[in-house]
Design a protein. Structure first.
Lengths: 110, 182
């Protein structure tokens, strides 16, 4: 029984000569597969360039917007301080006016 | 009316009712471009709520003066200042000053301080706009011989917080609490 099995296995696994042109065909298919996996066809080669350009443009736009926003914020802060300064000065002017107006009555009362 | 349209109409009405009180406290300031050309010094500040918010982000909370300013502007939705300094006495048209004063006779505005100094030739009017029990607008009109200033602050105003800014940013000590000047 085991001798039969061994004989069958030997027959099944015996060395066989490849058909003519087999090596050339395998080589050709391998080359073709590598080309397909490793690089895009000519008509799609713009995609990574466009993606890189988009990322770069987005980064530049983001940086520009942030710089603009920062400049705008500092300008707004400066304006705010200026507004508070002017408001304080005019309230002081009003206060001094009220003090001035109340002074004669204080003098008479003393 | 379809439910979606009704919802939109309600949202618009709600937004208008929220915006109306603050908008009333904003004065229609005349176009002072002609005056700017004649003035030796001009201060023109227009900060709406978004710019006030942006400015607040650039105030350093670790600095006492910045922290006080941040508190003072909390609740404000607009700050508008026009100030002109001239080289000659009364070089500004009185009509433009009066046009702003007239707006302050509208309901809601109450005079807080009115100063007429014949000696110094200064006129200062401070008005406050009160809605319910809350102040939601402040206006200052100061006309001096060589200077003319309008300040309009819109939003909920806490005068105490403004008072806390004394001594900072060039704001003089107002001594509103009776403190003596050093």
């Amino acid at each position: 029984m085991s001798a039969d099995l061994e004989k069958q296995l030997r027959a099944a696994l015996r060395a066989v000569e490849p058909p003519a042109g087999f090596a050339a065909r395998v080589s050709a298919r391998t080359q073709h597969g590598r080309w397909r996996r490793g690089w895009l066809p000519m008509q799609q080669r713009w995609v990574p360039t466009a993606l890189a350009a988009s990322v770069l443009a987005a980064l530049l736009l983001g940086y520009g917007w942030q710089t603009h926003r920062e400049r705008q914020g500092l300008q707004a802060r400066q304006q705010l301080i200026e507004a508070l300064r002017v408001t304080g000065q005019k309230l002081d002017l009003a206060y001094r006016g009220v003090q001035e107006a109340s002074r004669p009555s204080d003098d008479t009362g003393a | 009316m379809k439910p979606l349209q009704a919802l939109l109409a309600l949202l618009v009405l709600a937004a208008l009712s929220q915006a109306a009180p603050a908008a009333d406290a904003r004065l229609a300031l005349p176009d002072f471009r002609a005056l700017e050309a004649r003035a030796s010094e001009t201060v023109s500040v227009s900060l709406d709520s978004s710019l006030i918010g942006l400015a607040a982000r650039f105030l350093d909370p670790d600095k006492p003066e910045d922290a006080a300013a941040r508190q003072a502007i909390a609740g404000l939705t607009g700050i508008y200042v026009r100030s002109f300094t001239f080289d000659a006495d009364f070089a500004y048209p009185q009509a433009e000053v009066d046009s702003v004063r007239k707006q302050l006779s509208a309901p809601g505005w109450q005079p807080l301080v009115q100063v007429r100094s014949h000696k110094e030739r200064n006129d200062v009017d401070v008005y406050i706009r009160v809605e319910g029990s809350k102040a939601n607008g402040l206006a200052i009109i100061a006309s001096e011989p060589r200077e003319f200033t309008i300040v309009n602050i819109v939003g909920s105003i806490d005068l105490q917080k403004l008072h806390e800014l004394e001594g900072h940013f060039g704001i003089p000590q107002l001594k509103l609490d009776g403190k003596k000047q050093p």
